[in-house]
Design a protein around this ligand. Structure first.
Ligand SMILES: [Zn+2]
Length: 198
């Protein structure tokens, strides 16, 4: 049996899709990783996948090749290895490196979690500042932490709202804005500083 036949017989498209980070719902639908998908348009069955929006389709080997940018033969070997199907010849390092790269879906999910936890911490800090540094008398000059809290809280809460309740398109918009220019990393570093000084 050649490796293509073996892999296709042993691994369903759905198993591979889930193994590589796609979330397939009860109806067999997932967010398509090949276009900017707002609502699940990718149909995943046992032996094929098909995107109703962008038209991508194929079998388990096509899916893996597409996700990791591999030739079909290397994709089949990756599947054989990831699903422990057969001992294979040792693989060249260049291919191993490619396998380790995260898929776009995994990367997006991780960024989303990062944005959420950093913003949530920022929100807690601002709520604290808003109380702690509020002016005590009308003639007091405003503390800059109080000012920042008043300014930024509505924005932070809006972003958190989208991350919690938005659809995948809205969430990915927020994530790409927040990660642009390393904003969220800088904020994370700043929060670490603030914690240190408290
Ligand atoms: Zn698609």
């Amino acid at each position: 049996m050649d490796i293509f036949t073996m892999v296709k017989a042993a691994v369903t498209v759905r198993q591979a899709a889930e193994h590589y980070g796609l979330q397939v719902n009860r109806n067999g639908m997932a967010l398509c990783p090949f276009h900017n998908d707002r609502h699940p348009s990718l149909y995943v069955s046992d032996d094929h996948y098909h995107c109703f929006a962008c038209g991508e389709h194929g079998d388990v080997i096509d899916l893996t090749a597409k996700l990791f940018d591999l030739r079909l033969y290397d994709a089949a070997r990756k599947l054989a290895s990831d699903f422990h199907l057969a001992p294979d010849k040792p693989l060249p390092e260049s291919i191993r490196q490619k396998w380790k790269q995260k898929t776009k879906a995994q990367q997006l999910r991780e960024n989303e979690q990062l944005c959420f936890s950093v913003l949530n911490e920022y929100r807690r800090l601002l709520l604290d500042w808003k109380k702690r540094y509020a002016p005590q008398a009308p003639e007091d000059s405003l503390d800059k932490r109080f000012v920042e809290a008043c300014h930024r809280l509505p924005w932070v809460e809006y972003q958190l709202d989208i991350l919690l309740q938005g659809d995948s398109y809205e969430r990915s918009e927020v994530v790409s804005e927040l990660t642009a220019d390393g904003y969220i990393r800088k904020l994370q570093a700043r929060l670490r500083e603030e914690r240190y000084h408290e």
